[in-house]
Ligand binder design. Structure first.
Ligand code: GLV
Length: 325
């Protein structure tokens, strides 16, 4: 029997290839540029397994281009809003993602953004880099302390919980909003209080978005929600850009409706709303949540493990739940 064709639609760390080369004939996109849709479709034609990056759109056109022999789409990311999971399920294609291995790295970036936003570190860096004259001063560039302040976590999955642990170590108290409460033992460990979104928004000093993106969470944070937040509060988003209505956020930052924002993700990545670039009170970083050498290797390894298991007829370690179809 011919070895299965395995396509990889973006550059991934070498660690991912060890398993793949043993399992089949690998064709991998070999550039740091994102391939065009046509380039992806050419690459996946005839593949039984495809490893995708979050910049790869997996829809009916992709599945048509791949062909009926396709067995698995293994996303090298925890978020999978780039994949039409229902369309895959209709064709019997298994989808997998990489939860767990990027939890700590992403929580680190979320905590970093909490600190950067509340302590005005982006603004401070820009002063020095632009050669703007400055002088230590009793009242110069004061931020707000986070000790004893409330962090409201929207989406208490693995990353939300890892952020809560970090924030507790910094002296913050934790509130969260989620589809359902987490186990009482976790609530106790994190000292976390479950509450409605509205209560969380009105009472938190920092609101952090840690939920997945789906049609239900599209613009979950828009003018109404920003209007409910304290004028001294900060918003942090390390999940997916379109969860926040970026135009409404620009307005809220401009008018002082909220004090600041720390964003790792954007609505139309890699484009950033031009209004955000003008907001001194916005800290903007280019989707670096899982960007450590160790984490990216672990993600590639896990995605390869998922793909190879499906090719071998074995349950993959981290399948994406199949939606009802
Ligand atoms: C990164 O954003 C991921 O979903 O893995």
């Amino acid at each position: 029997m011919a070895a299965p064709r395995i396509a990889v639609t973006g550059r991934i760390p070498d660690a991912g290839f060890e398993l793949l080369h043993e399992a089949g004939d690998v064709v991998a996109w070999d550039s740091l540029d994102v391939p065009t849709v046509n380039e992806v479709h050419e690459m996946v034609a005839g593949a039984e397994a495809v490893l995708t990056l979050l910049t790869t759109k997996v829809d009916d056109a992709f599945l048509d281009a791949a062909g009926p022999q396709l067995k698995v789409v293994a996303n090298v990311a925890v978020g999978y809003n780039n994949i039409d999971v229902a369309a895959c399920a209709r064709r019997g294609v298994v989808c997998t993602n990489t939860p767990g291995v990027l939890t700590e790295a992403t929580a680190d970036i979320a905590m970093a953004l909490v600190l950067m936003s509340t302590r005005r570190l982006g603004e401070g860096e820009r002063v020095i880099r632009s050669n703007t004259p400055w002088q230590w001063g009793m009242f110069y560039m004061l931020g707000s302390g986070i000790q004893g302040r409330r962090l409201g976590i929207v989406g208490m999955g693995d990353i939300g919980q890892a952020l809560a642990r970090r924030a507790r170590a910094f002296g913050m108290t934790i509130a969260y909003s989620n589809r359902k409460p987490v186990a009482p033992s976790i609530e106790t460990e994190l000292g976390a209080e479950f509450m409605s979104m509205d209560e969380l928004l009105t009472t938190s000093d920092v609101v952090s978005i840690n939920c997945p993106y789906s049609p239900t969470t599209h613009h979950l944070i828009s003018s109404r929600e920003l209007g409910m937040m304290k004028s001294s509060a900060h918003l942090v988003n390390t999940a997916r850009g379109p969860i926040v209505d970026e135009a409404a956020l620009v307005e809220a930052l401009r008018t002082g409706e909220i004090a600041g924002a720390g964003l790792d993700v954007f609505e139309a990545e890699p484009t950033v709303h031009p209004g955000l670039l003008e907001c001194e009170n916005a800290v903007l970083v280019p989707h670096l949540g899982s960007a450590t050498v160790e984490t990216r290797s672990a993600m590639a390894r896990l995605a390869a493990h998922n793909a190879v298991n499906v090719l071998n007829g074995v349950e993959p370690p981290t399948p994406i739940p199949v939606p009802a179809i």
